[in-house]
Design a protein around this ligand. Structure first.
Ligand SMILES: Cc1cc2nc3c(=O)[nH]c(=O)nc-3n(C[C@H](O)[C@H](O)[C@H](O)COP(=O)(O)OP(=O)(O)OC[C@H]3O[C@@H](n4cnc5c(N)ncnc54)[C@H](O)[C@@H]3O)c2cc1C
Length: 398
């Protein structure tokens, strides 16, 4: 009889897990994806939406057809409760039994960390698709009536790449529009180029140079107390006036994880290196949904970015292990998050930096940063390739 594999979430980690499993197991598994969103969203391109360089249609596609083409059932619903004892998940469209469960429910923005954030608040956040669209509306009015700009990541944030990319794209756009206004970058990172991965050799100097050249005033090791209308208040009492502000908040896990008692205080799931949960060998978690400890102490909390490449890697490790279990073998594939190679491109409008490291987190043996306009071209090429690959379900490709 075919094993029932249920995957919660259909973005980077969920799409990879579901399609890889089906390809690997064929008729010996019935794979079902339950996802709150009926689209795949390519979050790395959200940074371009505010500046009119991308629309929602450019960065998202409906997933139902992709799953159907590969024999995976798709249910557009939100999972609300996981019952590990009954091996059942309640959703907004009925309940689903499973033999193996993959939690790939990703992140939600934690706007509660600083008063004044969130939809209808005093700053934009491009960490969701609606947030990026809202930031585009704000930008359209800003360029007709410009003033000071603040781009920030709050204490506890981990997605620093998005904040850097946004501020450098913004200053590139300001130059294009011949607008000269003060721009500040506020972050809890202890130094420029930390990126929530402990920095890379030469990164501090390189990012420092980017800030100087673009005339951005960087404020590191900072916390934010409040984002009031037109003014950001920092933990040390400094007040930064702004006409336009974009803030990256911390992330927390999905409600279903918290409500089912499967996550830590932030709603992220602790996993073994097999990506099985600590308690249940038939429940896996992959992607942003997993808990990763930051291996450093900073004055203000600095999170770790769980980026796309590790999300896919975790999904591949988990699916290899589920396939083994379905075949009656032990789940032996292991890869600790910290040991997954670091592969990232930071876009800066018409320039950027490519980053490669042998490990996500230090200590590393090898890491290199390659600056230059080819990074911008590489990010565009990667976006096109990744969306093509995902839309067609070619998740076996790198
Ligand atoms: C602005 C921005 C820029 C980024 N730039 C880069 C970059 O340049 N390079 C890079 O590698 N990474 C980047 N990232 C990180 C990258 O987006 C993440 O690594 C990736 O989204 C992780 O995928 P995931 O599938 O784990 O989670 P998510 O993408 O969060 O997907 C989770 C899925 O689960 C669904 N879901 C949530 N709750 C439920 C529920 N209860 N029931 C059912 N479904 C549910 C959601 O609808 C969604 O489809 C960026 C992220 C942001 C926000």
């Amino acid at each position: 009889m075919a094993a029932h594999v249920l995957v919660l979430g259909g973005n980077f980690a969920g799409l990879t897990a579901a399609l890889t499993l089906k390809r690997e197991l064929g008729d010996s598994a019935q794979v079902t994806v339950v996802s709150k969103s009926d689209r795949f969203e390519f979050n790395p391109s959200f940074i371009w939406i505010p500046f009119g360089k991308r629309t929602v249609r450019d960065v998202a596609f409906p997933v139902a057809r992709t799953f159907a083409a590969h024999g995976v059932n798709f249910v557009h619903a939100e999972a609300t409760l996981i019952d590990p004892a009954a091996r059942q998940v309640e959703t907004t469209k009925g309940s689903h039994r499973y033999d193996y469960l993959v939690i790939a429910t990703g992140y939600q923005n934690d706007f509660g960390v600083v008063p004044g954030l969130g939809p209808g608040g005093n700053a934009y956040s491009i960490t969701s698709l609606p947030g990026a669209v809202e930031a585009a509306r704000g930008w359209a009015s800003f360029i007709n009536d410009p003033g000071p700009v603040v781009v920030a990541a709050t204490q506890g944030a981990g997605c620093f790449g998005a904040a850097y990319e946004f501020v450098f794209n913004l200053t590139y756009q300001l130059r294009r529009h011949r607008i000269a206004v003060p721009v500040s970058y506020v972050s809890p990172e202890p130094f420029a180029g930390h990126f929530g991965v402990g920095g890379m050799p030469g990164g501090k100097q390189m990012l420092g140079m980017f800030f100087r050249r673009q005339r951005i005033d960087p404020i590191f090791g900072a916390s934010i107390t409040e984002v009031a209308p037109g003014e950001m208040v920092l933990g040390d009492g400094r007040r930064l006036p702004f006409r336009y502000a974009m803030v990256v908040p911390p992330f927390v896990g999905a409600d279903v994880v918290r409500n089912s008692g499967l996550g830590n205080a932030k709603g992220f799931v602790d996993v073994l290196d097999t990506y099985q949960t600590l308690e249940y060998p038939d429940i896996y978690a992959v992607g942003v949904a997993t808990a990763v400890d930051a291996p450093w102490v900073a004055a203000n909390a600095v999170g770790v970015p769980k980026t796309g490449f590790p999300a896919e890697t975790m999904a591949r490790v988990a699916t290899a292990n589920i396939a083994s279990q379905v075949r009656g073998q032990a789940p032996v594939r292991e890869e600790n998050f910290a040991d997954i190679p670091a592969v990232c491109i930071m876009d800066a409008g018409n320039n950027g930096v490519m980053m490669f490291g042998d490990k996500m987190l230090p200590p590393r043996k090898r890491a290199v940063l390659i600056p230059g306009p080819q990074s911008h071209a590489a990010k565009i090429a990667f976006e096109k390739y990744f969306l093509w690959k995902s839309r067609h379900g070619y998740v076996g490709l790198p």
